[in-house]
Write a protein that binds this ligand. Structure first.
Ligand code: NDP
Length: 336
């Protein structure tokens, strides 16, 4: 089988030098385990953190180890009573064509609920991130204004649409006119603003005439700089991701902390970071039921950016951290 391991740690944007492709023999399938062939591999911004030894909520990948990642795979052999050969399952098999994992670590995917790839996006971890972070921390009320960046991605697109389902006004921020058009035409946002436009901050102010009540923080950087002055009294900020900072770029060295603290105080802001897994025990089943219904009846739309071939994962991953993906980035490792 083929696998991609971490070869070295990137300082800024990852390059192909940071990864190495290896051919290995498949391990024995021990009692309780299952052998999977990977069909889809999810590429997500958090993987940049796993490549680095900086302290984080999750352990980093060791040099020489397989890159981690969520996968949809098919069971080729099962030595676990609850898993059947031929089943499609959600697993965390990482960047490899085949994997042996414990049968308790996979979740069977129903055959007809939705396309298999959605288990990595709108009906998977990113969709749940949007749902839990927005509803638990953002708590949008009817008539309020919700702003989210990386808005055509799997998290941001779901945040905007769920905000609208709750009666709020959704304003999306994305890179480039094509993505902004998709926000309005495909995802039904009320307004879209291009953060690459030199006039971005003024355009954002124009798009939120009543100010901002919820800022779902996906990116930080110059987007957060433009958002902060527009926040309303009692605004809520679920801090979900800081992708503008992940490559150590977009930091101009200015000390923003005093200004930020003063905003928190004078506007009585609620700022709360979260990792989606903390909400899973109480909310994941509700999310799956509710979001599956929304996807099936067309209320919750999604866009996927599917790249063929495991060998293309490093380049696609680096591209995502710079906005080159358009929708949920997925590697098709093998045909269904
Ligand atoms: P996306 O598919 O949206 O990909 C990231 C996007 O970030 C890019 O496409 C780009 O979109 C945007 N971006 C990159 N650099 C910048 C920049 N400097 N300024 C503004 N935007 C930038 O990713 P996801 O939807 O998977 O993830 C969105 C966020 O959610 C990430 O921060 C991620 O880490 C976080 N996350 C957090 C979780 C949690 O539990 N807390 C779980 C899952 C995700 P564009 O071209 O539009 O600028």
């Amino acid at each position: 089988s083929t696998r991609i391991v971490l070869a070295s740690r990137p300082e800024r944007v990852p390059t192909s030098e940071n990864f190495r492709t290896e051919m290995v023999d498949l391990p024995e399938v021990a009692e309780g385990h299952v052998l999977l062939r990977t069909v889809y591999l999810s590429l997500d911004p958090y993987m940049r953190g796993r490549m680095s030894t900086a302290p984080s909520y999750a352990a980093h990948v060791e040099l020489g180890d397989v890159m981690v990642g969520g996968t949809v795979g098919q069971v080729l052999e099962s030595r676990h009573p609850d898993v059947t050969e031929g089943d499609y399952v959600l697993a965390g098999a990482g960047w490899q064509s085949h994997a042996v994992v414990h049968g308790s670590q996979v979740r069977r995917l129903g055959p007809s609920a939705a396309p298999l790839s959605t288990a990595l996006g709108v009906l998977g971890m990113p969709g749940f991130t949007a749902y839990s972070g927005l509803l638990k921390i953002g708590r949008p009320q009817p008539g309020e204004t919700v702003v989210v960046a990386a808005a055509t991605g799997p998290v941001g697109s779901a945040v905007g649409q769920i905000a609208r389902l709750k009666g709020a006004r959704a304003v999306g921020i994305a890179g480039g006119p094509e993505k902004c058009r998709a926000l309005l035409e495909d995802f039904g946002f009320d307004a879209a603003v291009d953060h690459r436009d030199p006039d971005f901050a003024r355009q954002l102010a124009g798009a939120v005439p009543d100010g901002i009540d919820v800022y779902f923080e996906n990116v930080a950087g110059h987007v957060a700089d433009a958002v902060l002055p527009l926040l309303n009294l009692y605004a809520r900020i679920p801090v979900c991701g800081l992708v503008a900072q992940y490559n150590g770029s977009d930091l101009d060295g200015r000390d923003r902390l005093p200004g930020f603290l003063s905003q928190i105080l004078t506007k009585s802001l609620t700022i709360r970071g979260f990792i989606q897994s903390e909400f899973a025990p109480e909310m994941y089943e509700d999310f799956l039921t509710e979001a599956t219904g929304w996807v099936q009846d067309g209320t919750l739309r999604y866009r996927e950016d599917i790249v063929d071939g495991l060998e293309n994962a490093p380049e696609a991953f680096a591209g995502m951290l710079q906005g080159k993906n358009f929708g949920k980035l997925i590697i098709r490792v093998a045909p269904e």
